[in-house]
Design a protein around this ligand. Structure first.
Ligand code: PGA
Length: 259
């Protein structure tokens, strides 16, 4: 049985001081919990301070994005070497907000995934359809395409170091969660794609997170689905109480042998 992985995506919220307080609260709220993998992804400006607070704790730190090059003339960008240097273990790649507002393509996401792995960063690769795509019944095709291109050229050893997050765009920040059945249908589909490409043994080990309005009161019904291995949490990760309640909710359900 996998420990649940709960990652908080703080997006463009929290100054460095505010981020330190939140990190301290999460550290204190999760220190007894050895049964979950906990990750927080603060904005770049707070990474240094949050990495310092969480050093040696149960909570890992991730960045929310990075450029695929190690260094260069890319004004305003941050490289994998830079986030690694600060102490990050994870990096979110291809979040729908990056795709939507910054026009990131699957090919660009794939370049980032490959460099992240070179720097021993664990990419959390996001996929997910828009409402229009779901209404047109093309959600499976859309996610398959994102999967195929974003994860192109990876071998078994590479994919084992990746996390996949299914985030239906229509459920992000809207309060509208996918039903556990909708989430499970897509997670099972992604698992099948992984099995076809990398074999059943590898596929079973890969974490597939659900993201989109995850809250303390819906984590239990989502995590009990066989192919939901954790959550990528936005809004509810910005408060110690709600984020820790999600971590505890997922852990209790998994430890109770629900999976
Ligand atoms: P949300 O965001 O939990 O606020 O819906 C999830 C995400 O964007 O990762």
């Amino acid at each position: 049985m996998k420990k649940p992985l709960i990652a908080g995506n703080w997006k463009m919220f929290k100054t460095a001081d505010e981020a330190v307080s939140l990190a301290q609260g999460i550290k204190a709220g999760t220190y007894k919990n050895q049964d979950a993998l906990v990750v927080v992804c603060p904005p770049f400006t707070a990474l240094h301070a949050v990495c310092k607070v969480l050093q040696g704790s149960n909570v890992s730190v991730g960045a929310q994005n990075m450029h695929p090059e190690t260094e260069g003339a890319f004004t305003g960008e941050i490289s994998p070497a830079m986030i690694k240097d600060l102490g990050c273990r994870y990096v979110i790649l291809g979040h729908s907000e990056r795709r939507q507002f910054f026009h990131e393509s699957d090919t660009f996401v794939n370049e980032k995934v490959k460099t992240a792995l070179k720097y021993s960063l664990i990419p959390i690769v996001c996929v997910g359809e828009t409402l229009a795509q779901r209404e047109a019944q093309s959600h499976l095709t859309v996610v398959k395409n994102q999967f195929d291109v974003s994860l192109a050229d990876l071998g078994k050893e590479d994919i084992l170091k990746c996390v996949i997050a299914y985030e239906p765009v229509w459920a992000i920040g809207t309060g509208k969660t996918a039903t556990p059945e909708q989430a499970e249908q897509m997670h099972a589909y992604i698992r099948r794609l992984l099995t076809e490409k990398f074999g059943a043994e590898v596929s079973a080990k890969i974490y597939i997170l659900y993201g989109g309005s995850v809250k303390p009161d819906n984590i239990a019904i989502l995590i009990e689905k066989p192919n939901v291995d954790g959550a990528l949490v936005g809004g509810a990760s910005l408060k110690t109480e709600s984020f820790c309640a999600i971590v505890d909710g997922a852990t209790e359900k998994c430890s109770a042998g629900a999976k």
